[in-house]
Write a protein that binds this ligand. Structure first.
Ligand SMILES: *Cc1c(COP(=O)(O)O)cnc(C)c1O
Length: 382
């Protein structure tokens, strides 16, 4: 079905074509080139920490794959991960032949429950079965609790890789940006994210040797030699210079895009909040990108299910979507260990993401709001 109003789609600023034209004029059409270097430097400057290294890659999933490989994750290792996440944030664990162990969310933030994680790390340490890496997700643009996670990772000497695919432009306390934590963070510039390179991602790391390894592995692991010499296998994972040029144009508007998504969230919240309708919380001091406006609808209190709303919108060619289905509920990961009380399961049952693209107009959003309000009002009266 052709949608009139999308969940989230690419939103160009008008700056991109000139940057792409520069790349064409210099014939840097290959994966490596000056636009890629400039894009990596621009992201590092934005993140505001000159100790960070940024490696542009073909996707966020590729960035996670490389991070896990560099962290030494392999068969027999466990990776502890937020269950409520997108496929691209977990499949690389499977690429490495490692075993995921899934964790529930904290209802106060909808991000990984660090108290639960702490308990399980203590048990695992006592039984000498610590994970190789922890991969928490910045859900719908909200940073995880970086302080707590970095302390735990250091205490147990476990690698920490942040999935910041949805949170580029978000802040964690005192202005520290999402995407700056742990041993590494991954960003995504897929077409539906805050900014896009049409497809792309980035590995952000404090470790110079991780960045070097990522660059090496992402370009087919070529050892220094005039011929092709390989002592290990690599991947073709570099971000194309042309795509990086699009990213350079998009960097001009990153903060504006986040501001607009936050505005869209605030308008929905002001118009739709009522008993039985709850919006994703934002803990004090954190600033989410509000990548997608996520809310829950309690059918017992509103008389309306999230499917009632989704299908009613779909009839009018308006796209909305249930929250991520937790990975421990997926057939692929049947039998995997899950720690939690089902906070994420209930969010999945009752949760919906509303159209949140930064290019959505106020009148389009007003239409979505009016349709949902009418359905809620009608059922309340019944
Ligand atoms: C988008 C996304 C990814 C993967 O990024 P791609 O660039 O699409 O490979 C990973 N994790 C999460 C949470 C995402 O939303």
């Amino acid at each position: 079905m052709i949608m009139r109003i999308h969940l989230s789609r690419p939103h160009m600023s008008g700056h991109e074509e000139a940057r792409v034209a520069e790349a064409f004029a210099s014939n840097y059409i290959a994966p490596l080139g000056p636009q890629l270097e400039a894009f990596e430097a621009c992201v590092r400057d934005y993140l505001g920490d000159q100790d960070l290294h940024c490696v542009g890659l073909s996707s966020g999933s590729a960035a996670l794959h490389l991070a896990l490989r560099i962290a030494g994750v392999g068969p027999g290792d466990e990776v502890w991960i937020s269950s409520m996440t997108f496929a691209g944030g977990i499949f690389p664990v499977s690429y490495m032949g490692a075993t995921p162990r899934f964790f529930d969310l904290d209802p106060a933030s909808w991000t990984l429950d660090t108290a639960l994680l702490s308990q399980e790390l203590a048990k695992a340490a006592a039984e000498n079965r610590l994970p190789k890496a922890i991969v928490p997700t910045d859900l719908y643009g909200q940073s995880v609790d970086l302080d707590a996670l970095e302390i735990l990772a250091a205490q147990y000497d476990v690698r920490l890789i942040l999935d910041s695919a949805e949170s580029f432009g978000a802040a964690y306390k005192a202005g520290r940006k999402a995407g700056t934590g742990g041993d590494a963070a991954i960003l995504s510039f897929n077409g539906n994210k805050i900014i896009t390179t049409s497809g792309g991602g980035m590995l952000v790391t404090r470790h110079g040797n991780w960045a070097d390894q990522a660059g090496f592995l992402a370009t087919q692991a070529r050892d220094p030699a005039p011929h092709y010499e390989h002592s290990t296998y690599g991947y073709n994972y570099r971000l194309s210079n042309i795509c990086a040029a699009i990213g350079l144009g998009q960097m001009n508007v990153l903060d504006a895009r986040v501001a607009r998504r936050r505005e869209i969230f605030a308008r929905y919240e002001a118009a739709l909040a009522r008993p039985g309708v709850a919006f994703m919380p934002e803990p004090e001091g954190l600033r989410s990108t509000r990548w997608l406006t996520a809310l829950t609808i309690d059918p017992d209190r509103t008389g309306v299910s999230r499917e009632d709303i989704r299908l009613m919108l779909l009839e009018r060619q308006i796209e909305s979507r249930p929250l991520w289905k937790p990975m421990h509920m997926q057939p692929l990961y049947a039998g995997a260990v899950y720690h939690g009380t089902g906070v994420d399961e209930r969010l999945f049952t009752n949760g919906l993401c509303l159209p949140s693209g930064s290019d959505m107009t106020d009148s389009e959003q007003d239409e979505v709001i009016a349709l949902i309000s009418a359905l809620l009002d009608q059922r309340t009266q019944d």
